[in-house]
Design a protein around this ligand. Structure first.
Ligand SMILES: C[S@@+](CC[C@H](N)C(=O)[O-])C[C@H]1O[C@@H](n2cnc3c(N)ncnc32)[C@H](O)[C@@H]1O
Length: 285
């Protein structure tokens, strides 16, 4: 049985801006503290048990069904240009989400007129179960692809963990790894670092059922700068302009300069607010 990657509470994903420029614990209500403690209990238990039911492989859809005209057109164009058929390895829902991320990358790249890249090490921060590893592999054609996820042992209701899923998603991708680690302590050089919807305010941390102790954007972005090679690119996607503005201020604070940013139109899985993609480089020493 395929359980969708329902990693998040049904509560909101975005949050109001908070104090910036510090990694001191965000001020929070008694209720939030209790929720954070509760999530901390399960998070640490998961880490200790490190449960695995074995590698999880989705049943491939083979063909995508019931697409709207716009979806069909866009998917066909991506398939032709990138020579991919995600549905041959993934179920319909995952494959559509994968085309959607590929579409966003493609849009961002052409809007910002970034050069097409190939080779080098690509790291992804906060990869969940790394369902989009095939997208990063297709788009960047990296020499090495590494997904870093702090809560890789989270278990789904079918008894498989994120790690079990990740192993399935990366099984056929050469030179691809999934590391269960806190990126704040992940020291390894990279040419490209990606972060899809990183936490830049505390509310989504709780919504994703994680303890607030994991909310430390200053340390997280500082590690990006430490790992990014000269001429390397940090690519971030945020949920809407407000969140992107908060994320941008963290990036500037840790010494990155913006190469460009743009709002994207999600044609395959429309959502509000529209995602914002931004590209960053290390400021010259
Ligand atoms: C909003 S979710 C986005 C998931 C995924 N990037 C996607 O687009 O589906 C943020 C993810 O970052 C992970 N995360 C948060 N802090 C982290 C850290 N310090 N190191 C690694 N992963 C982290 C969370 O566990 C969660 O899976």
């Amino acid at each position: 049985m395929a359980i969708p990657a329902t990693d998040m509470d049904q509560s909101t994903r975005s949050a109001p801006p908070t104090r910036q420029g510090t990694d001191a614990p965000p001020p929070c209500s008694f209720q939030e503290k209790v929720r954070s403690r509760y999530h901390a209990f399960w998070y640490h238990l998961g880490e200790r048990v490190a449960w695995s039911r074995g590698i999880y492989r989705e049943r491939p859809a083979q063909e995508l069904r019931d697409l709207s005209g716009v979806q069909y057109e866009r998917v066909t164009s991506l398939q032709r240009r990138f020579r991919v058929r995600f549905e041959q390895r993934a179920n319909q829902m995952t494959a559509l989400r994968q085309y959607d991320y590929l579409d966003l990358l493609d849009q961002g790249w052409s809007t910002l007129r970034l050069p097409r890249l190939a080779g080098g090490t690509v790291q992804d921060i906060g990869s969940s179960n790394f369902w989009y590893a095939p997208v990063l592999h297709t788009f960047f054609r990296p020499t090495a692809l590494i997904g870093v996820e702090v809560e890789g042992h989270r278990m789904y209701i079918n008894g498989y963990s994120r790690h079990d899923y990740a192993k399935g998603y990366i099984q056929d991708l050469p030179n691809t790894e999934f590391h269960i680690q806190d990126y704040r302590h992940y020291r390894s050089p990279a040419n490209i670092i990606t972060a899809w919807y990183p936490f830049v305010t505390p509310a989504p941390v709780l919504a994703w059922r994680l303890p607030l102790s994991l909310f430390a954007p200053h340390l997280l972005f500082s590690q990006v700068v430490a790992n990014l090679q000269r001429q390397g690119l940090f690519l971030m996607v945020n949920q809407g302009r407000n969140e992107a503005a908060i994320a941008a201020s963290w990036c500037s604070k840790v010494g990155m300069i913006r190469y460009g940013s743009c709002e994207l139109r999600s044609r395959l899985r429309p959502r509000l607010p529209p995602p914002v993609l931004s590209c960053w480089m290390r400021a010259p020493a």
